[in-house]
Design a protein around this ligand. Structure first.
Ligand code: CU
Length: 159
């Protein structure tokens, strides 16, 4: 019993040291992974909108490269205006760009970041697609066919 008690005071000091060492090793091992941004899009969908003039869109932009990029604008043949919105508390704010971190992702999801389609030229209907072009600070634009899902689609369940 005495030996266990005597060993304990040293532990709280030892743990932070180990954590710091691990972090340094992680940042130091990326020498072969500092290449340019490599972007791709996953899990894109548009819930069929209730409105005839406005729709929201969601997707995930994955960056497998070692350099960050920024999504700077979105255009679509289906709407005169597509803007980037952040949800802050219970309200949303338009932003001019969003970061796509190196070896990371930019996530648009219900209740968070979203694409806002306004002045729709035609209402997106479930089963159809909406074509968008994503524009970045440094990478080439990406064209994406976003499928239109039901108004209550949940990407977690796929329904
Ligand atoms: Cu919005």
């Amino acid at each position: 019993m005495r030996r266990v008690k005597a060993a304990r005071p040293a532990r709280p000091l030892a743990v932070p040291t180990a954590v710091i060492t691990g972090a340094l090793l992680l940042t130091g091992c990326g020498s072969d992974a500092d290449g340019p941004a490599e972007l791709s899009v996953r899990a894109a969908y548009i819930p069929q909108p209730v409105s005839d003039t406005m729709a929201a869109g969601f997707l995930t932009i994955v960056n497998e490269g070692g350099t960050k990029d920024e999504l700077t604008s979105v255009t679509s043949t289906a709407a005169d205006s597509v803007t980037l919105h952040e949800t802050v508390g219970s309200s949303m704010e338009e932003v001019t760009s969003l970061d796509v971190p190196a070896h990371g992702q930019l996530v648009f999801k219900s209740g968070g970041n979203h694409l806002m389609f306004e002045k729709l030229k035609s209402k997106p209907v479930r089963g159809g697609t909406v074509t968008v072009e994503l524009h970045f600070a440094t990478s080439d634009p990406l064209e994406v066919e976003i499928p239109v899902k039901s108004a209550t689609y949940n990407p977690q369940t796929g329904q």
